[in-house]
Design a protein around this ligand. Structure first.
Ligand SMILES: NC(=O)c1ccc[n+]([C@@H]2O[C@H](COP(=O)([O-])OP(=O)(O)OC[C@H]3O[C@@H](n4cnc5c(N)ncnc54)[C@H](OP(=O)(O)O)[C@@H]3O)[C@@H](O)[C@H]2O)c1
Length: 243
């Protein structure tokens, strides 16, 4: 199924999977991108002048509030909010290169900013006949790996948040969808081994999952992980510990 004639706002739409989603969606939908200033964002602006850009550093809540305020003040139509942006810091807490300051940044970008945008953009989402909040998640929300403890925790929190929010919004026009991704070939897992799905393929599956309004869009190996987790949580823990 295709997504057409929707007004879509996406975070991190100037690079990585977010950009691939934007390129897939822009021809048949109206797109707003929330992203921090970068060369990628400038290039996107040049390439698609009809895309509306809202600059924000998602690690800075004041900046998130300003972007949301701009959307609300302009009365932008939002059928779909895609919370895509995230960062992942891989050092372990006992590693020499672990940086204390990354803890708050990672939590704010991956989780707090999503809660904030959800709340601040709620008036726009409630206005439509039907709307969706789509949270881009990870298999690591289900079972954590050894490195990236804060990242895994933010994704686990996003999973619980999305489920509770879906309960809260049950009687409204808003659906909450989550896409659970395996390793995807973007900048995030650069330098890491393992089979990475092409971002293009993942973007297409996310789009068709949104079009079908699936609460959980499980992609690639995440389907297998869910089966293993159901049959043997211990084996799932062992597999993911080494991932
Ligand atoms: N790639 C994977 O293997 C994988 C696996 C599971 C889940 N995911 C999830 O997929 C989503 C997309 O990740 P990706 O693979 O595309 O990673 P990516 O290539 O590293 O892209 C991350 C995106 O987040 C944006 N971002 C980071 N910090 C930001 C900040 N402070 N303010 C605003 N935007 C910020 C980046 O913008 P800039 O262009 O400014 O850097 C970029 O667009 C994430 O939610 C990630 O957790 C990815």
């Amino acid at each position: 199924m295709k997504l057409t004639d929707s007004h879509i706002v996406i975070t991190g739409g100037a690079s990585g999977l977010g950009l691939v989603l934007v390129e897939h969606l822009q021809a048949h939908n109206k797109i707003g991108v929330i992203a921090r200033p970068s060369r990628g964002l400038d290039a996107l602006r040049q390439r698609h002048q009809d895309i509306e850009i809202y600059e924000a550093d998602l690690a800075d809540l004041a900046s998130v509030e300003l972007a949301a305020d701009a959307l609300v003040k302009r009365g932008v139509k939002i059928d779909i909010l895609i919370n895509n942006a995230a960062v992942q810091h891989t050092p372990k807490f006992i590693d020499d290169d672990f940086r204390y300051e990354t803890i708050r940044r990672e939590i704010d970008i991956n989780f707090t900013s999503i809660c904030a945008l959800t709340y601040l953009l709620m008036p726009l989402l409630l206005k439509e006949t039907r709307s969706n909040i789509v949270n881009i998640n990870s298999g690591l929300a289900l079972v954590p790996k050894t490195s990236s403890a804060v990242y895994c925790a933010t994704k686990g929190a996003l999973n619980i948040f999305s489920k509770s929010l879906a309960h809260q919004l049950e009687e409204t026009n808003i659906s909450v969808n989550q896409a659970f991704l395996p390793l995807v070939d973007t900048g995030m897992p650069q330098g890491r081994g393992g089979v990475k799905l092409p971002a293009d393929q993942v973007a297409q599956q996310i789009i068709s999952g949104i079009a079908d309004n699936k609460a959980e869009i499980n992609i690639g190996k995440v389907k297998l992980l869910r089966v293993i987790q159901r049959l043997s949580p211990t084996i799932a823990t062992k597999i993911m510990k080494a991932a």
